[in-house]
Design a protein around this ligand. Sequence first.
Ligand SMILES: N[C@@H](CCC(=O)N[C@@H](CS)C(=O)NCC(=O)O)C(=O)O
Length: 208
Amino acid sequence: MSMLTIWGRLSSINVQKAVWAAGEVGQPFERIDIGGAFGGNREPAYLAKNPNGQIPTLEDGELCIWESNSIVRYLAARYGAGWIWDEDPAVRAEADRWMDWMLAELQPALTPAFWVLIRKAADRYSPAELAASIAKTEAKLDILDAHLATRSFLAGERFGMADITVAPGAHRWLNMPVERAPRPHLQRWFETVSARPAAKVALLLPIA
Ligand SMILES: N[C@@H](CCC(=O)N[C@@H](CS)C(=O)NCC(=O)O)C(=O)O
C-alpha cells in the first residue's frame, strides 16, 4: 500500500477535506504542515508541486494533485469505489453539485466572517462585509437544511464524498460566535457525519 503525502496545515478547511477523505478510504498518509504560520508554500520546491502556492496538495506516488475537491474526488474514485464514490452518474452528479456549491457558494459566503471572528483579521473586511457574510451563509445553510430534510446524506441514503467536502463548512459555522437560526436537519446530519473516526482526525477543535 503506497503512502500518500498531504501538504497543508490542518487549520485549513481545504486540508481538512483531504485528510478526512484519506481516512475514510483507509489509505495511510503523512501530512506535512505548510502554509499559514508554518510558511513554506511559496518556496520553489513547493511551487513546483502546486504553482498556486496554496494548500492542500496531494502526492500519491508520481501523481501530484491540487484543488481540494479534486483531491477528494481522486481519493474517492481511486480508493473508495463502492464506498464514498458512487458509480451511478445520477448519484455522482448530486454529490458533485454539492461539492461545487461548497467551493462556489458556501465557502466564499463564510470566509469573511471566519477571518474577522476567528482569525481576528478585522482590517480585511468592513463591518458591512461581515454582516453580509453572516447573512449569506445563513441563507446558504437554509438551502442545505431543506435538502437534508428528505434524505440522510447529501447525495441520498449513503454517506459519500459530498458529505466529506461540505461538513467542514458546517463545522466552522456551528463553532463560530454568530447568531444562527436553528436547523434541525443540518444539525442531525452534521452530528452523524462528524462522529466518524476519520472526521475526528480532520476537524480541528477549537476552530482556528
Ligand atoms: N480552491 C483551492 C483553495 C485553496 C486555498 O485557498 N487554500 C488556502 C488555505 S484554506 C491557502 O493555501 N492559504 C495560504 C496559506 O495557508 O498560507 C482548494 O480548494 O484547494
